[in-house]
Design a protein around this ligand. Sequence first.
Ligand code: 5GP
Length: 175
Amino acid sequence: MKTIVLTRQQIQEKVKELGQRISQDFNRENLIVVGVLNGAFIFTADLVRAIDLPLQVDFIRVASYGSGKSSSGTITLTKDIERPVQGEKILLVEDIVDTGLTIHRLKQHFLQHGAASVHICALIDKRERRELDEKIDYIGFEVAEGFLVGYGLDFAEQYRNLPDVYHLNNTTVPK
Ligand code: 5GP
């Protein structure tokens, strides 16, 4: 069973607001917007259309959750972005920050490769299981707990195509 948590209208308004804030904060500077695959693909696509700056879009992929609902605790980078980041301003776009391990690992990765700055934009900040208090520069929504699906977020690769975000109440893998 699924319960709606964020409607498509709420998401649309928030994305517009985040895009405006980012556009003002970076003041005509060039950005590399890096979406974290797969979960942030829809959020990234919507967010870049709300940002009025010169920018490039790229994607990175990490393996952490596997196909289950709890983190393995180990973050492995399985696909890097395809351009040098030396001297560049990076905006990392994440769907959900949960323990904080993924954004921490990715921020370090870009800084180690010489990025001028790394800012983080997350659609959802889920503080329930936070382990690393990495600063999130732009937060769409704060959600206390639970496992969420929809708007790019999956459970066992299902539900990414739902336009709204739902709380998933049972753990049966969908057919
Ligand atoms: P963290 O490293 O912060 O613990 O986890 C971040 C990643 O875990 C996110 O990119 C996301 O893929 C996944 N994740 C965390 N919470 C949820 C959730 O409620 N639903 C889904 N579908 N993925 C989640």
